[in-house]
Write a protein that binds this ligand. Structure first.
Ligand SMILES: Cc1cc2nc3c(=O)[nH]c(=O)nc-3n(C[C@H](O)[C@H](O)[C@H](O)COP(=O)(O)OP(=O)(O)OC[C@H]3O[C@@H](n4cnc5c(N)ncnc54)[C@H](O)[C@@H]3O)c2cc1C
Length: 393
């Protein structure tokens, strides 16, 4: 008899399972996707969405339609609690969803409450849709007056957001001072040549970079920094790193040190082997991985195989992290900076390479007519400035 597979979150790690949901349904199983949005925006193209290099329809998967087109069901909402033993999920609207096998791809969010800032000033860089909405706000505001923009966080996301803000301002014909508060330093952990290239690229365009200083707090629109100085800003993009939701801790499951669902090499929970997961929301026993989408994407076919095996009774595949991922920064000026291990490369060709890779990835998973859709943002009203209720609280 068929079983019920529930997919919680339609992020990068579920891309293969969603596109190939027919493999489950043809075998008599039911598949349900629970997600707070029918769309999933691809983070690799997020900075390009901010600057307008990409349009929304190029950078999103219509996950709700993808599952329904293949004979599955879509539930708009969030899972707020997991009853692992009774195999039951509690939903944000109070509903309950029973399952035989569940797979979690609930991602991560950028914490902002600690800053004490007024919410209208803050833009967490995740969910990626925030960058689309911030672009719309900025295009209006830039028509009225010069702006003071702040980017908090000197990692890859902060650098890309700063560079692409510059492009947005320039193409809108507006004026803005852009300051990047880089904490311990720009792209800490990247090779020195990459750091130097990124610094030079931003400084050459007039962006101000503050290194060795962190954001301490906000008071209204005034940022207080750890060196005692203050900065007034109209909008602050927060890219200080991500944290997974409290869903797994709150549900009493075994977790990694940051509250991620603990899984083994087959991507299922050692305590509850009917619970699987992928992407930023998991911690794999004995393996420490950066929270980057590349790993979520690499886990995606393994989840597809292992979820079928869990339903049908087959053997599991083990996830192998593979070689160090190739990272390419979109600097917002038509150039990119690439590094992989000791290799570094920069320039216009690099950005074109990134765009080819990203658009090829999207073409593979945009299986529900996304590219022919309008660029509207259905069901979305404002930037998600606080982690949504329930699971992340
Ligand atoms: C600006 C920016 C640029 C980046 N660029 C790159 C890059 O170029 N390359 C790279 O490798 N990484 C990049 N990253 C990192 C990348 O975003 C993450 O590692 C990646 O998004 C993780 O994918 P995921 O599938 O785990 O989660 P997500 O992409 O976060 O997806 C999780 C999904 O689950 C849903 N969800 C959350 N909670 C619940 C719930 N309780 N119930 C149901 N659904 C839920 C969410 O709405 C979301 O749709 C970038 C990050 C940012 C912020």
């Amino acid at each position: 008899m068929g079983k019920h597979l529930v997919l919680v979150g339609g992020g990068h790690a579920h891309a293969t399972v969603l596109a190939r949901a027919g493999d489950f349904i043809e075998r008599g199983h039911r598949v349900t996707l629970v997600s707070p949005s029918p769309y999933h925006y691809y983070s690799g193209m997020g900075p390009g969405l901010l600057s307008g290099i990409f349009r929304p329809r190029q950078a999103r998967l219509h996950v709700g339609k993808t599952i329904e087109d293949r004979g599955g069901s879509f539930v708009l909402g969030r899972v707020v609690r997991i009853g692992a033993d009774e195999r039951l999920l509690w939903l944000s609207d109070g509903g309950r969803l029973p399952f035989d096998v569940a797979s979690f791809n609930t991602g991560s969010h950028v914490p902002v409450a600690w800053t004490g800032g007024s919410l209208e000033t803050l833009v967490p860089v995740k969910p990626v849709l925030n960058l689309v909405l911030a672009r719309m706000e900025l295009l209006k505001a830039l028509k009225r007056e010069p702006l003071r923009l702040l980017v908090v966080g000197g990692g890859a996301a902060g650098v890309e957001v700063a560079g692409n803000l510059w492009r947005l301002v320039r193409e809108a014909g507006g004026e803005a001072g852009i300051t990047l508060v880089a904490g311990h330093g720009l792209l800490r952990g990247a090779p020195p040549r990459v750091r130097a290239l990124a610094r030079r690229s931003l400084v050459r365009r007039g962006l101000r970079i503050l290194e060795g200083v962190h954001l301490k707090s906000f008071q209204g629109q005034r940022a207080r920094l750890t060196d005692g100085s203050t900065l007034d800003c109209d909008l602050a993009f927060v890219a200080v790193g991500v944290t997974p939701s409290r869903l797994f801790v709150n549900s009493g499951l075994s977790t990694g040190h940051r509250g991620e669902l603990l899984v083994d090499g087959a991507l299922h929970s050692p305590d509850h082997p009917w619970l699987f997961g992928g992407g930023d929301c998991i911690a794999i026993q004995g393996l420490r991985l950066d929270k980057v989408g590349v790993y979520a994407v690499r886990q995606s076919p393994v989840l597809h195989h292992n979820l079928l095996a869990a339903l049908e009774g087959g053997s599991f595949r083990r996830f192998s992290a593979g070689s160090a991922p190739m990272l390419i920064l979109n600097m917002g000026d038509g150039t990119g900076i690439l590094w992989k291990g000791g290799l570094t490369w920069s320039g216009g060709m690099v950005l074109r390479l990134k765009n080819v890779i990203d658009l090829r990835f999207m073409r593979k998973f945009q299986v529900s007519g996304e590219r022919e859709e309008a660029d509207a943002l259905p069901g979305v009203s404002s930037i998600e400035r606080e982690p949504a209720t329930g699971a992340e609280a």
